[in-house]
Every structure is written in structure tokens, then in C-alpha cells.
Design a binder for this molecule. Structure first.
Ligand code: GLU
Length: 413
């Protein structure tokens, strides 16, 4: 028996079992288990202490690690599937929001691009948003970001497929919106911003614009009057061709990050949209449409991928120009799946070539693919919630997902 430090004694047998569990995980994560890593994990679970105890523990761990390192990957995976790791088991929910009280209603939104089906990484964000709105009795909206008919053309079937996936993931959807159907709203804000001198139409050729932004130099368009800008804005809606004019927000031309300097809110795209067809030619970019919608929809918590970190900085200028409060924002680390295609364009190519049978092929990292593999939705939810809201990227741990699936009676992966 060993002293646990909290007054309990722990049998050597139990120490060995816990060490083995972490050694298997460590070997799967890094190729070989390391004694130090296993000891740290073990101590975080049982906190044993005392001179003699520590020595004995090291001895046990050394033996376990050497045994585990002789197993094949297949054997490791099989064994890991039987464990549910402590950090997942212990956490019962997401951390509380320190700025919210028990009675604050938390309204969140999930904003997918319907240019592909739902990847498990997107599902992570959706589940976190849904879970927070449930924890704080607020709303969870789905808002399709479909205002780029050229570089991210919406796939008509994707709108329904994404909603089906979210319903399958047990998300409680309070409302569904499509940005392509909210264009008049963006036009209204664009006009107000021009009128108030916060936005201007820039007709510099893209190379000049790029150079000016890089050098922090203002162009002549920036000093045009609101009346002149209004007239040019009308031309963006009627006659300017693609690339001839953009609407820019006045931010700070000396901002240390050049991409923040007078970022573009709207541009002309002459491509047909599957829903609105040829009705609109001036389309909002992500930062503009997203911030306006978050404000209009009274979203008070935004959760999105870490790649959007700088967008929070850009949007702060827009919130200040319209006199609104920027919602609390959490940027979370990307969840990737090893050994599968992760880019939409690669998946589309593989489907076209017949290499994959479709977006729901069990070999794709889409939610539909996981459904077809037999993974229960609750296992995915538990996995995501258990992983929390950290910023570090991670690879989906199949063994853990499988263990969670088995625990609730699914077939696992
Ligand atoms: N369409 C964006 C994405 O999928 C949404 C980002 C956001 O939630 O603000 O990354």
C-alpha cells in the first residue's frame, strides 16, 4: 500500500492500472511512452506523495512503460478503446463564463458556409455554441454564410444536410438564417456608414491598394465626401465591374497589422447565386456581414475557430463605428482528423473521381461520415465538451471517441 498524500492508501495494483492507461495513451500520441509523462499524468489523477511512495511508483511506472512500448499500434489502439481517460470523465460540462450571471441568457450562433458538408471540426464549434446556450437558457441560431457566390459557391443540398447534421448532433436550433436573404440589411448599414463618414468606395487598382495598405498610406479615395461616396456606392450596385471598386471601412492606416487597415466590407461579384440568382452584384465580405448580423441578432457569445482571431480586431472598428458593443468571443483550437482529407476542395475532388462515395462516406471526416461509421452523436458531444474551449489545435483521438461510444452503447469506430 502507498500513501496517496490525501490520507488514503493506494494499492500497487491500482497504481499499475492507472500507469498502464496513461502509458498506452502516451505511446499512441508520441510513438513511445515516456516515464516522466506517465508519472505526471498519474500524479494528476491520484496525487500520491511521500519519499518511499514516489520511489516505488517510479519502479512500477518503469516496468509498465517498458511493457507498453513493446506493444504494436494495433494492440495499443485496442487497449485504449477500453479506457475512458480521467480528464474526459471528470469534466461534467463546459467551464462557466466568468462574465455571465445565472440569469444571463447566452445567445450563440453557428455560421457555416454551405459550400460543403459539416466537418467534425465545424461540429465542434456548433456543439460548444449549442451547449453554452443550453447552459444559460439562451438561443442557438444557425446562420448560413453564403455571400460569396464565386470563391465559395453554395451547394444547394448543403443547407439541408447541415441542418440534418446539427439535429442529429442534438443541437437545439432556435432559428435558421441565410445571409444571402439579408442583403438589404447589409446595404442599409453600408449606406449609414458612408453617410457618417466611416466608409468609402475605393477605386484604386488592387495592386495599388495592396501597396498602400502595406505601406500604411492613405489613398485619394479616402478623403472623398460622403456624397461622392454615396454616388459611387450606387454605381457598385449597378455598373462597376468586378475589381473596379470596393467599399472600405475607415480603421487605422497605421495599425501594426496591415490586414486591419481599412479592410474591405463589400465588393462586386458578377456570379449567379443559387438562391438569389442575379439579383445582387455587391456582396458583403465575412467581417462585415458577420458583425452586423451578430449585432442585429443580439448574439452575446461568439465561438469560432482560432483562425478568426484577427477578425475580432477588425470587427472592433465596425462595432465602434455603429456604436454597438462587441460580443464576448472565444476562439477555439482546430479539431483535425489524422489520415483523412480535411479540405472541402479535396473532398469534392475525391467524390468526383469516385474515390469517395459521397460526403457521407465513412472515410470522410464529415459528421455524416461519422454517423455512417456508427458513432453515436452523444459520444461526439461528450468528446467535444470534455475537450473544452482551449486554443490548442488537436487531432481527434479515435480511441477516446470509441470508448465514449461504447460507454453509451454505440458501435464505436
Ligand atoms: N463561416 C465562418 C467559419 O466557418 C464563421 C466564423 C464565425 O463563426 O464567425 O469559419
Amino acid at each position: 500500500m502507498l500513501n496517496s498524500g490525501s490520507g488514503d492508501t493506494i494499492s500497487e495494483d491500482r497504481i499499475e492500472k492507472i500507469a498502464r492507461k496513461y502509458a498506452v495513451k502516451n505511446a499512441l500520441d508520441y510513438g513511445k511512452a515516456k516515464i516522466g509523462n506517465v508519472i505526471n499524468k498519474l500524479f494528476s489523477e491520484v496525487r500520491p506523495s511521500g519519499e518511499t511512495g514516489a520511489e516505488k511508483i517510479r519502479e512500477i511506472v518503469e516496468e509498465v512503460v517498458s511493457e507498453v512500448n513493446s506493444l504494436s499500434r494495433e494492440e495499443l489502439e485496442r487497449e485504449a478503446a477500453n479506457y475512458v481517460y480521467a480528464e474526459r470523465e471528470e469534466r461534467t460540462g463546459l467551464p462557466k463564463l466568468d462574465w455571465a450571471t445565472e440569469s444571463t441568457k447566452i445567445n450563440t450562433r453557428f455560421a457555416p458556409n454551405p459550400s460543403g458538408f459539416l466537418h467534425i471540426g465545424h461540429a465542434k464549434v456548433a456543439i460548444l455554441c449549442d451547449e453554452y446556450s443550453k447552459m444559460y437558457s439562451g438561443s442557438f441560431f444557425v446562420r448560413f454564410e453564403d455571400t460569396d457566390p464565386k470563391t465559395k459557391p453554395p451547394i444547394p443540398e448543403a443547407y439541408k444536410a447541415i441542418i440534418d447534421d446539427l439535429n442529429w448532433l442534438e443541437c437545439g436550433i432556435s432559428g435558421i438564417f441565410r445571409q444571402s436573404e439579408r442583403m438589404e440589411l447589409y446595404y442599409r448599414y453600408a449606406k449609414e456608414l458612408i453617410h457618417d463618414g466611416h466608409a468609402y468606395v475605393c477605386t484604386c487598382i488592387p495592386e495599388v491598394m495592396k501597396r498602400n495598405r502595406a505601406d500604411g498610406r492613405e489613398c485619394a479615395c479616402r478623403t472623398n465626401s460622403p456624397a461622392a461616396n454615396m454616388e459611387m456606392w450606387e454605381r457598385m450596385l449597378s455598373s462597376y465591374k468586378e475589381g473596379e471598386a470596393v467599399l472600405r471601412l475607415k480603421t487605422d492606416m497605421e495599425h501594426p497589422n496591415p490586414s486591419v487597415r481599412d479592410w474591405i466590407m463589400m465588393r462586386v461579384i458578377e456570379a449567379e447565386h443559387p438562391i438569389t440568382k442575379g439579383k445582387y452584384r455587391a456582396w458583403p465580405l465575412y467581417n462585415f456581414a458577420s458583425a452586423i448580423d451578430d449585432h442585429e441578432m443580439e448574439i452575446n457569445l461568439v465561438i469560432r475557430g482560432i483562425e478568426h482571431e484577427v477578425n475580432g480586431v477588425k470587427q472592433a472598428y465596425l462595432y465602434s463605428a455603429i456604436g454597438a458593443k462587441q460580443p464576448h468571443t472565444i476562439e477555439v483550437g482546430v479539431l483535425k482528423v489524422k489520415g483523412t482529407l480535411s479540405h472541402k476542395s479535396d473532398i469534392i475532388k475525391a467524390i468526383k473521381s469516385g474515390e469517395l462515395s459521397g460526403w457521407d462516406d465513412p472515410r470522410t471526416p464529415t459528421v455524416a461520415g461519422f454517423r455512417n461509421k456508427g458513432v453515436p452523436p452523444k459520444a461526439i458531444r461528450d468528446y467535444v465538451i470534455g475537450s473544452g474551449i482551449g486554443k490548442n489545435p488537436s487531432y481527434l483521438d479515435m480511441a477516446k471517441l470509441s470508448a465514449l461510444g461504447r460507454k453509451i452503447g454505440g458501435t464505436g469506430v
